[in-house]
Design a protein around this ligand. Structure first.
Ligand code: SF4
Ligand code: SF4
Length: 491
C-alpha cells in the first residue's frame, strides 16, 4: 500500500474548507520558529545595516543609477554574469535540496510559509488555540467577535505594510526614503509598490495560505520529478503503524507495543493529531502527497503521542522510502532470496534507478560547483570600468585626397568605480599621428561616455594592416588597463 501511494504520488481532491491547524510543540516547531525569527530579523534589518561602502548601506539596489551595492561590491548591468552565477547557484541548491531532502525548502524557508506562519502566530495570539478559533468562526457576530477578528486583521495589515515598506527600502537610502514616505514626498513608484505588496502579502499569508502551495507554486509541481526513494522526506511507517489489523485506539489491553503487536495492531492509535496540526490539511498516513511541504509538524505531533503512550518515537519521521521498502534500494529481500521472479525484476529495476539517481545527484553537484567557480571568477574579475569599441560602417573606409585610407570608430567607456576617473587612450603598432581623437577622457562616477576616433594610414600601409591594438588605461588604477584588438579595413 505504501509503495502504491508513493508511485502514484497521490493528489487527493482538496476540500475547500478553511484549515485551522492545531498548535504543536516539538523540535521541528522549534526549528521552524528559529528560522522564522532569523529570516524576519535579516529581512527587516538588512536595509538598515550600515556598511563601509560608497552608499553607507550594506544592500542597495539603486535602479535609478543602474547599480547594485552588495556590501563592498558594486554591480552594474554589464556585470550580468555575476547575477546569472548567483541565480544558478540558488537553482542548484534548490535542486540538490529537493533531491536529497524533498520539499524541505517549502516547509522551513519559503517566504510564503514563513509569512503564513507569522500570520498564524498573530491569529493564535489574539483568537486562541484552534478549537477557540473554530468556535469564533461559527459564533454569531457580536462586539467580542468583531474586536477579535478586527484586531487580527489590523495586525495582519500592519505586518503586511511593514513587509512592503521594508521591501522598498532596499531600493533607496533607507532613512531618506522612509522619511519621504511618511512626509508624502516619496516617488509615486514607492507608493504603488507599497500598496501592491501590502495587498498581496495580506491576501497570500492571511487568506490564500496553503492554496498558494497547491495552486500557484510551480516548485511543488515538479518536485516529484526530482524526488526518488533515497530522498529524505516525511513518511509514515505504515508497517509499524498498522501491522495486520490496522490502527486502534489504546485500551487497557492495548497499551504496550508488545500487547499491540501480539494482537495484530500497529502503534498508530488513530488519534488524528498528525492531521490536525498539518498546515496543508494532509493526512500523511495515506502516503506522499503533493500538498505535503515537509514542515515536520506531524512528526512533532506523533512524537508527542508516542511519548505519552511510552511508545518509541518516529512512527512519522524524516526518512527515505527505501528504508521502509528495501526492494526500492536494490537490496536483497526475502522474496529475492526465494527467487521470486517479480521480486527479481523489481530488484533489477531498483538497481537501475539507483544508478540513475547517482548520476542525477552528481550532475546537480557539478552544476553547483561549476556555478560557484564561475561566480567567483566573475567577481574576482570585476573591472572598475567597461570599454567597448565599435566600427562606424557607413562608410567602412574613406579614401582621403592624398590617397590615405581612414577607418572611424566609437569608443564607449562606462566608469563603474565610485569616483571620477580619467582614462588614457593608447594605440599600439601604428605610426605616430595615425590616431585622431581624444587621447584621454574624464568620466564621472557611474557615467558612460562615447568618444569618436579615426585611424588614417597611407595606402600601402593600410593594405598590409588588418588590425591594431587599442589600450584603455584608467589613471588611478593602471593595473586595470585593457587592450582591444580592433579590425582595420582597407577596402
Ligand atoms: S503532512 Fe506533515 S510534513 Fe507534510 S505538510 Fe502536513 S504536517 Fe507538514
Ligand atoms: S499522530 Fe501518530 S498515532 Fe496519532 S493518528 Fe497520527 S500517526 Fe497515528
Amino acid at each position: 500500500m505504501q509503495a502504491d501511494a508513493i508511485i502514484q504520488r497521490s493528489t487527493p481532491a482538496r476540500k475547500v474548507i478553511p484549515i485551522v491547524p492545531y498548535s504543536v510543540k516539538g523540535r521541528y516547531r522549534n526549528i521552524k520558529s528559529i528560522i522564522l525569527n532569523i529570516a524576519f530579523a535579516v529581512y527587516f534589518l538588512l536595509p538598515w545595516l550600515p556598511w563601509h561602502n560608497k552608499v553607507g548601506q550594506a544592500l542597495l539596489f539603486d535602479i535609478g543609477n543602474a547599480r547594485f551595492h552588495v556590501f563592498n561590491l558594486v554591480l552594474y548591468p554589464q556585470d550580468l554574469m555575476v547575477l546569472m552565477g548567483v541565480l544558478v547557484i540558488a537553482a542548484s541548491l534548490l535542486f540538490i535540496s529537493a533531491a536529497m531532502f524533498g520539499r524541505i525548502f517549502c516547509g522551513f524557508f519559503c517566504f510564503q510559509t514563513l509569512w503564513t506562519d507569522a500570520f498564524r502566530f498573530i491569529e493564535k495570539w489574539i483568537q486562541g488555540e484552534a478549537q477557540a478559533r473554530k468556535r469564533l468562526q461559527q459564533a454569531p457576530w457580536d462586539a467580542r467577535k468583531l474586536a477579535l477578528i478586527g484586531s487580527t486583521h489590523l495586525l495582519w495589515l500592519l505586518l503586511a505594510l511593514a513587509t512592503a515598506l521594508t521591501f522598498t527600502l532596499y531600493f533607496a537610502e533607507a532613512g531618506t526614503l522612509l522619511r519621504q514616505v511618511i512626509a508624502g514626498h516619496a516617488p509615486v513608484a514607492a507608493y504603488i509598490t507599497i500598496t501592491v505588496l501590502t495587498a498581496t502579502t495580506y491576501v497570500a499569508a492571511g487568506f490564500a495560505r496553503e492554496d498558494i502551495c497547491f495552486v500557484a507554486c510551480p516548485y511543488g509541481k515538479f518536485q516529484g520529478v526530482m524526488q526518488d526513494p533515497s530522498t529524505v522526506s516525511v513518511i509514515y511507517d505504515q508497517q509499524r503503524g498498522e501491522q495486520q489489523l490496522g490502527r486502534k485506539a489504546p485500551t487497557a489491553q492495548l497499551k504496550t507495543p508488545q500487547s499491540r503487536s501480539e494482537q495484530g495492531y500497529g502503534d498508530c492509535i488513530d488519534c488524528g493529531y498528525c492531521v490536525n496540526v498539518c498546515p496543508t490539511g494532509v493526512d500523511i498516513r495515506k502516503g506522499f502527497q503533493i500538498g505535503c511541504i515537509s514542515c515536520g509538524l506531524c512528526i512533532d505531533a506523533c512524537d508527542n503521542i508516542m511519548d505519552s503512550l511510552k511508545l518509541p518515537r518516529g512512527l512519522i519521521r524524516f526518512d527515505k522510502d527505501e528504508n521502509l521498502q528495501p526492494a526500492l534500494a536494490g537490496q536483497n529481500t526475502p522474496a529475492l532470496a526465494g527467487q521470486d521472479k517479480k521480486a527479481k525484476q523489481d530488484h533489477q529495476q531498483a538497481q537501475k534507478n539507483r544508478q540513475w539517481m547517482r548520476w542525477k545527484r552528481a550532475a546537480y553537484a557539478a552544476l553547483l560547483l561549476g556555478s560557484i567557480g564561475f561566480t567567483w571568477h566573475a567577481i574576482e574579475n570585476l573591472s572598475p570600468y567597461t570599454a567597448m569599441v565599435q566600427q562606424q560602417r557607413q562608410p567602412l573606409v574613406t579614401q582621403l585626397a592624398d590617397g590615405s585610407l581612414r577607418n572611424r570608430y566609437q569608443l564607449r567607456i562606462s566608469n563603474k568605480s565610485g569616483v571620477t576617473e580619467t582614462y588614457r587612450i593608447e594605440v599600439h603598432g601604428l605610426p605616430e599621428g595615425s590616431f585622431k581623437g581624444w587621447k584621454q577622457i574624464t568620466i564621472p562616477a557611474g557615467k558612460s561616455y562615447g568618444s569618436d576616433f579615426s585611424i588614417t594610414l597611407p595606402a600601402p600601409l593600410a593594405k598590409s594592416t588588418s588590425q591594431f591594438e587599442l589600450g584603455v588605461v584608467p589613471s588611478s588604477q593602471v593595473q586595470s588597463r585593457e587592450r582591444f584588438t580592433v579590425r582595420y579595413f582597407s577596402e
